[in-house]
Ligand binder design. Structure first.
Ligand SMILES: C[S@@+](CC[C@H](N)C(=O)[O-])C[C@H]1O[C@@H](n2cnc3c(N)ncnc32)[C@H](O)[C@@H]1O
Length: 343
């Protein structure tokens, strides 16, 4: 059983299925050769995992964990799948409380609407704008925007992962009285009309990951964003990706017809967020690992638990992980970008 490639984005695994999947991963480990994830820093080669599998596992785990306690004893359900960043001092007051366990994810979403150009666009329409998010995860960010940032907007959030869309339909859609819709789709083939949205948000969506190049998937992904934007609308994009991938992606965006309007580097604030968040992440990861009986299998269980711990922490860019180091040494940079579709 290979949890890194063998799971399906159209599935939503139950707690019982997850127990069986993790136990099978542990039991079959002696027959599959060297671990793919480094137990030192969680590093994994791009070709050793598929995003379809890994996010399917993560969203099913988050759902199956349900409400947990943070390191400070605050109850919450893990729904942001985002590293985020600490709120810049030169912006207006943020929308998340200082003790909110998921405030850095909320910052990343609220941050899209701090640009003066974007604020003007929203106020000219009395806040009645339509937003599409490509790669929304559970829709936690969409919910935060609808509730605390743009209380008059309508929002469609899209992700390829069924487990994440189920969480959105359960936890966020009912509360928003028809303003939020969650759709499962691959965003390179979006089932959304041309020229129908004011903003497209791309927030830590797992594209543009390959160093030094924009892939065919990246082109199709941004092509969808351009197609569904109204003339005059904005692409709002934030992520930590290889520093040498930004330029090839900017070229793709400009070739599509976008004007690149603003770029801000917040890498240091993203590193700060991971440092501040470290105790909460440690607490969450331990609670996750404790839940799976497979990790209690003598000898094999302990080895695979260490691998899973390193992998999970790398995914969250936790201090000491490979992806955290990449942000501190400049290999990866976290940027906020706006691109304008000319009117
Ligand atoms: C790191 S998570 C971020 C999720 C969410 N934006 C958040 O901040 O919590 C990356 C997400 O990108 C989604 N994704 C990657 N490529 C996609 C595609 N082509 N179509 C739809 N979703 C995609 C994954 O399924 C995953 O949910």
């Amino acid at each position: 059983m290979d949890i890194l490639t063998g799971l399906n984005e159209k599935a939503d695994y139950s707690s019982k299925q997850l127990q069986a999947i993790m136990a099978a991963w542990v039991i079959t480990s002696p027959f599959v050769g060297e671990p793919k994830m480094s137990v030192e820093n969680g590093d994994i080669d791009e070709e050793d995992y598929s995003k379809q599998s890994i996010y399917s596992l993560l969203y099913s785990i988050y759902r199956s964990m349900g409400v947990v306690k943070s390191d400070k004893g605050i109850s919450y359900e893990q729904v942001f799948n985002t590293w985020g960043y600490d709120w810049p001092e030169d912006w207006d007051k943020g929308t998340a409380e200082d003790d909110d366990p998921q405030r850095f994810g909320k910052n990343a979403y609220a941050g899209h609407f701090q640009w003066p150009l974007v604020k003007d666009y929203v106020s000219e329409r009395d806040g009645k704008v339509h937003v599409v998010e490509m790669g929304c995860g559970t829709g936690a960010g969409a919910h935060h925007i609808c509730k605390n940032v743009l209380p008059k907007c309508t929002f469609e959030c899209v992700d390829m992962q069924q487990a994440a869309i189920h969480t959105c339909d359960r936890k966020f859609v009912p509360e928003l009285g028809g303003r939020l819709k969650a759709t499962r789709a691959d965003c390179t083939e979006l089932p959304i009309d041309d020229a129908s949205t004011d903003f497209v948000i791309v927030n830590e969506t797992h594209v543009t990951e390959i160093p030094g190049q924009a892939t065919d998937e990246d082109r199709r992904f941004f092509g969808s964003a351009f197609r569904i934007l109204k003339p005059g609308g904005y692409l709002l994009w934030a992520n930590a990706i290889p520093d040498n991938t930004w330029e090839p992606c900017f070229e793709v965006i400009k070739d599509l017809g976008f004007e690149l309007t603003e770029v801000r580097d917040v890498t240091q604030l993203a590193v700060d967020a991971r440092d501040i968040d470290a105790d909460r992440v440690n607490a969450y990861v331990q609670q996750c690992l404790d839940k799976f009986y497979g990790f209690r299998i003598p000898l094999l269980g302990r080895k695979k638990r260490l691998e899973a711990e390193a992998g999970l922490k790398n995914f969250i860019r936790h201090p000491g992980s490979n992806l955290y180091e990449n942000m501190t040494n400049g290999t990866d940079t976290y940027k906020l970008v706006i691109a304008h579709k000319p009117a």
